[in-house]
Design a protein around this ligand. Structure first.
Ligand SMILES: [Mn+2]
Length: 464
């Protein structure tokens, strides 16, 4: 058994590896990450995960539910550390897996993978407490600086592939017109939600979906979860399906990023051009990608977080169209049901830390995208897959109520509508690609020894 495999075994048992091994691991990880572009190319099938936040036992539950590395190809969208009590064990295990199976696990950077944030929200203190000095924290922060800013998944199947899962007692089919649905007919089902026991909780059909379903409390399907996600987002309307074309191998790519979009970034190529190998800046494109949130607004808005921006459906639809994307997957926001689709399934939030901070009562989710069988054998180039086709579609850039030059010193003139004269009317529903089939696996917090957990300790600023 190699040292690396031994380290993986130790960390899986929630035990730490010696400091000199951490140094070596971080050095190797940096050598790997330095070769990755800012936007990593990933081929489906892939399982996309959101925030972990040091909840080691829940990360183990995630692997139980989603499969182990390297059997399952994973993409983690950042925020590995802070908040939970096992940031070290969680991050070092993921890093070991990255070094051991570099092509089977992708790690991108969250806003918590930063010196400044980890100093405030727990990871720095944990390193001091467990290793007696800040050395390990420093090694980890050096790795953070090299994490990719995003990933682009190509080759995801438009339709769900059949599963061996059984129907849960509480199964909900969204199609009322057909009382009996063959379990294997996935022709027009684009979303399936499973629980941790591989039982199907609910299915959503691509056709016949009307706007009313946007507020359906069913999505997420967890009995006992409190309330519906706000605008849980019916995945696409009839118009969406029509414009997306038939089930084919011509689906758009899926962009994965921790936070969201930036008013300074209208193409994925512009993400590729950033100099990422640094501490997360307080403002600018790199900061926005890690800090922004989608919201029910028009255009861009100020973020209550004090970093990044809020962005509306028009921004997402325009960005996806211009960059030939079928979906944006992001993390960064706690959602009680573990996932939340918005804006006609053009963007989804995936949250993978159940009972966040050991007290929020939420469930977690991971998102599985299957491989498009019709694409089998087609050679894809990692670097260029899904590259913008350069469609002549300018972004709607104006920021309401914000003067020229933007705000918070964000660049110059990005609020002036690049490619003037070509702005898309706000209400115009531009055609966009149909989102790939999404299989969500929802899971609850793992049972664990709660000794030493300050359950009632007030935790401020959950939204960070
Ligand atoms: Mn975050």
């Amino acid at each position: 058994m190699s040292d690396l495999d031994k380290a993986i075994a130790l960390l899986r048992a929630c035990r730490l590896i010696p400091e000199n091994q951490v140094r070596e691991l971080c050095y190797k990880a940096r050598e790997l990450l330095i070769e990755e572009g800012n936007v990593v190319g990933v081929d489906a099938p892939v399982t996309i995960c959101g925030d972990i936040h040091g909840q080691f036992h829940d990360l183990m539950e995630l692997f139980r539910v989603g499969g182990d590395v390297p059997d399952t190809n994973y993409l983690f969208m950042g925020d590995f550390v802070d908040r939970g009590f096992y940031s070290l064990e969680s991050f070092l295990l993921l890093l070991c897996l990255k070094v051991r199976y570099p092509d089977r696990i992708t790690l991108i950077r969250g806003n918590h993978e930063s010196r400044q944030i980890t100093t405030v929200y727990g990871f720095y203190d944990e390193c001091l407490r467990k290793y007696g000095s800040a050395n390990v924290w420093r090694y980890c922060c050096e790795v953070f600086d090299y994490l990719a800013l995003g990933a682009l998944v190509s080759g995801a199947a438009t339709n769900l592939e059949p599963t061996s899962a059984t129907l849960a007692d509480t199964f909900v089919d969204t199609d009322d017109s057909q009382s009996s649905t063959p379990a294997t007919d996935y022709a027009d089902i684009d979303i399936e939600v499973l629980n941790a026991n591989n039982e199907i909780l609910s299915r959503y059909r691509r056709r016949d979906r009307d706007p009313l379903m946007s507020s359906s409390p069913v999505r997420g399907g967890m009995s006992g979860s409190n309330g519906a996600p706000r605008a849980a987002g019916a995945a696409g309307t009839g118009a969406t399906a029509d414009s997306g074309g038939s089930a084919s191998n011509d689906g758009g790519a899926v962009l994965c990023v921790h936070g969201g979009l930036s008013p300074l970034i209208d193409t994925i190529d512009k993400i590729r051009l950033l100099d990422r190998k640094q501490e997360v800046p307080h403002e600018g494109a790199m900061c926005d990608l890690l800090w922004s949130d989608p919201d029910e607004i028009d255009g861009w808005g100020l973020s209550p977080r004090g970093a990044g921006f809020l962005f509306g459906a028009d921004i997402v639809k325009c960005f996806n169209h211009r960059n030939d994307l079928s979906l944006i997957a992001r993390a960064h926001q706690l959602v009680m049901e573990g996932f939340k689709e918005m804006f006609d399934a053009t963007i989804v939030t995936v949250w993978s830390a159940p009972n966040y901070c050991y007290r929020c009562g939420n469930v977690a989710a991971i998102l599985e995208l299957a491989e498009d069988g019709s694409n089998a054998g087609f050679a894809r180039s990692n670097g260029d897959a899904g590259r913008s086709r350069g469609l002549p579609m300018p972004m709607p850039m104006p920021m309401p109520g914000i003067g020229p030059g933007g705000l918070q010193g964000q660049g110059q003139g990005q609020g002036q509508g690049q490619g003037g004269g070509g702005l898309i009317p706000r209400q115009m529903d531009i055609g966009h690609r149909m989102a790939p089939g999404r299989r969500y696996r929802v899971f609850e917090a793992a049972p664990q020894d709660s000794r030493g957990m300050p359950a009632k300790k007030p935790v401020a600023d959950y939204f960070l």
